[in-house]
Design a protein around this ligand. Sequence first.
Ligand SMILES: [Zn+2]
Length: 469
Amino acid sequence: MIRTLPNFAPRARSAALASLMLSAAVIAAPVQAQSAPDALAVARDAALRDETAFDFVADLTSQVGPRQAATEAEARARAWAVARLNAMGFANVRVEEFQMPTWVRGEETASIISPRVQPMAVTALGNSAATPVGGMEGELVVFHDLAAFDAAPDSAIRGKIIYIGHDMERTQDGSSYGAFGVVRFTGPGRAAARGASAIVIRSVGTDNHRNPHTGNTNFPAGVTPIPAAAVSNPDADLIERMAANGDGPVRIRLNLTPRNLGQQTSGNVIAEVPGSDPSAGIVVAACHLDSWDLATGAIDDGAGCAIIAAAAQRVAAMGQPRRTIRLLLAGAEEVGVHGGRAYGVAHAHDNHAVALESDFGADRVWRVSFKLPATAAALNTRIANYLAPLGIGRSNSPAGGGADIGALAAAGVPVIDLEQDGTRYFDIHHTPDDTLDKIDPQQIAQNVAAWVVTLSLLANAPETLGPGQ
Ligand SMILES: [Zn+2]
């Protein structure tokens, strides 16, 4: 049987790899029926049986747990990650600290008290103010969506507790988050600016469980924060039905005791597979290590860190790549992308060739999109061809990058998106349900396989990639 290695230097043929190729030839046959598999196809198909990523996130969620930004828990996560990445054989493993304003949750309870009593599943939004000691009560002014809120006169808002809903539905590409998440991103700030005393929103989520979805909100400069919380979708349904029934005002009781801790320390964890050609630039693979505090952050974003680490380890095992692969396990993404911004500042003068991010759960990659220089168009096709046997199609839209590589993308660094299936992501996102059992071992392994292909081709490509090259 004749084997070819079209994309790899001979050094990739280690003895271990040769034996892997022999054993994998049969396994790879269904997806490479026309010809014998090459080394990258073999590595890809071997990664479909990856257990390293699942074990990584299993250990992170059980040995560290929730990892709220700039808290003691996130510091433990950094120490855990440094030890784990060193044990996996990465080089230059280090922490790069930064300072940031820090908000932490307290107690949180809410109840409808009129026209009938119903306790609600509620959670404070990041940056929410506390309610007065002992909580607050008031009439809820109910708006089905932001447009209805915007259309209401200030006299209907001032001094009131505001409710705003939305119509978010599941989407494979996650686009409904951008469209309807604005209720959480800016709703509280807009209500505060118009004199509301507090705000309760329908959770930005697509499930029908009584799990509230937390997440950050931002108050504009000069606007004093108000208590801001999300209730579960079934509780939001009840609020809207009670308001529509017209049998008296809906009154609620709300008690939130979050605190601001001032400037605290967070940090990014960096690890590398050193390349052979420093002039070729760095391939950045990013995830975020922090999570919300309501659960163990399995899908958001323990999975992303597990995927990139497992994939980079497999690429390193194929032989030294041309480009350095740098893992960025960012701190403090959830509360304002502090880690990604700090990385962008600290490494503004690094020679970045291309950047990718995994931060959309652990379900399978279904589509790839590119934003590479026109001179690298052939590389797009090579990557897409190696991804196709994994069931991954090619998008016609340009890649956007992600939050933690946003600073790099804004600086002109090319980006690629390995887009994960987001159909059920927002059922779980930022809820107490973000736990390990939601990860399908086969789907997270498919992610690793897609990342092995993409990282390997990028790290070894002869094309010029980054803006500084
Ligand atoms: Zn995330």
